[in-house]
Design a binder for this molecule. Structure first.
Ligand SMILES: NC(=O)c1ccc[n+]([C@@H]2O[C@H](COP(=O)([O-])OP(=O)(O)OC[C@H]3O[C@@H](n4cnc5c(N)ncnc54)[C@H](OP(=O)(O)O)[C@@H]3O)[C@@H](O)[C@H]2O)c1
Length: 283
């Protein structure tokens, strides 16, 4: 597995020790694990099989959110971790606070709820899921900074933020914002065009690419199929390999299919040549 390392996670204003953060290039997304906008208990066997497969294969970064299946995604993730032989410390769990919970008290409560669903003592990375019109980031970060100081969360980040909002978040956060989680795939370059990828690369921030295979609707192209054939890989694997060939980019594909789960994980090992990367970028 290939990794991405950040070195700027040490400027804690309340004196935490200096350390760097290393994350796997490919983690596991959990949107639709446990249900969609509400819990779907009937799907638990399929969801648990997916999470167990991911842990067995070796994924260590899991991305969830309080809103996923109304908390049931977090519950199942916690259950799968407890059932597994994997130590909590070996994992990196990301969760997200919903935009309707961005006031100080709500942030603290949302995090407590997520911890309770996960049955964990801390969340490794806590994100604002998406910006809310009229949100007061100063108030939100008062809550997020307290969660950091209390050790309930280990790192802070944002999702679906513009460069302007990301800079505001950086100003309000007592610790470095380590990621902006945004849509990024071969067919969705919107956060490249708006300068976000470059900003992240220049400022030691991870760009976490979500929906990296277009929610399963990856479009076949001649270039993609040729490169897939050359590597004896699937087009989906090449799409992921292309993303993680880029500095500061990590990704979190989701799958409920154990075969796809393993293939996606292995995609991080595919070494594309500079020419292949250019052909995929330019197509
Ligand atoms: N921050 C945000 O606002 C935000 C928004 C969207 C998503 N996310 C996060 O990003 C994660 C990933 O994004 P996503 O779930 O939207 O979409 P995605 O990962 O691009 O696509 C998931 C779909 O692709 C299929 N798939 C996965 N691997 C495959 C493979 N190797 N071959 C063929 N099909 C494959 C899956 O079906 P099978 O189950 O059949 O494999 C599933 O339907 C989410 O789960 C969530 O954690 C965050």
């Amino acid at each position: 597995m290939r990794y991405e390392t950040l070195y700027n996670t040490s400027t804690h204003s309340f004196g935490q020790s200096v350390r760097r953060l290393t994350l796997p290039k490919i983690g596991f997304g959990t949107w639709k694990i446990g249900g969609g906008s509400s819990a779907d208990l009937k799907a638990d066997p399929v969801s648990m099989t997916a999470l167990r497969s991911a842990l067995d294969v070796g994924y260590t970064h899991f991305d969830t959110a309080e809103i996923y299946a109304n908390g049931h995604s977090e519950e199942l993730l916690g259950r799968a971790v407890r059932d597994s032989k994997v130590e909590r410390e070996a994992l990196f769990i990301t969760s997200k606070v919903t935009p309707s919970h961005l006031q100080y008290d709500q942030v603290l409560r949302a995090c407590e709820n997520s911890l309770s669903h996960l049955q964990m003592d801390y969340i490794d990375l806590y994100l604002i899921h998406w910006p809310q019109t009229g949100m007061k980031l100063k108030d939100t970060f008062r809550g997020l900074n307290k969660l950091m100081r209390d050790g309930k969360v280990k790192h802070l980040g944002v999702s679906n933020f513009s460069i302007k909002l990301l800079k505001e978040a950086q100003e309000q956060s007592e610790t470095p914002i380590i990621t902006n989680q945004v849509p990024y795939s071969l067919s969705d370059r919107s956060y490249v065009k708006n300068g976000m990828l470059e900003y992240c690369q220049q400022n030691d921030i991870l760009l976490t690419a979500y929906s990296p295979i277009d929610e399963g609707r990856l479009r076949s192209t001649k270039v993609l199929d040729e490169i897939a054939k050359a590597h004896n890989a699937t087009a989906y694997q090449i799409a992921l390999a292309w993303l993680v060939s880029q500095p500061r980019v990590i990704t979190i594909p989701m799958s409920a299919n154990p075969k796809h789960i393993a293939e996606n994980f292995q995609a991080a090992e595919i070494q594309l040549s500079d020419e292949e990367i250019a052909r995929l970028t330019d197509q």
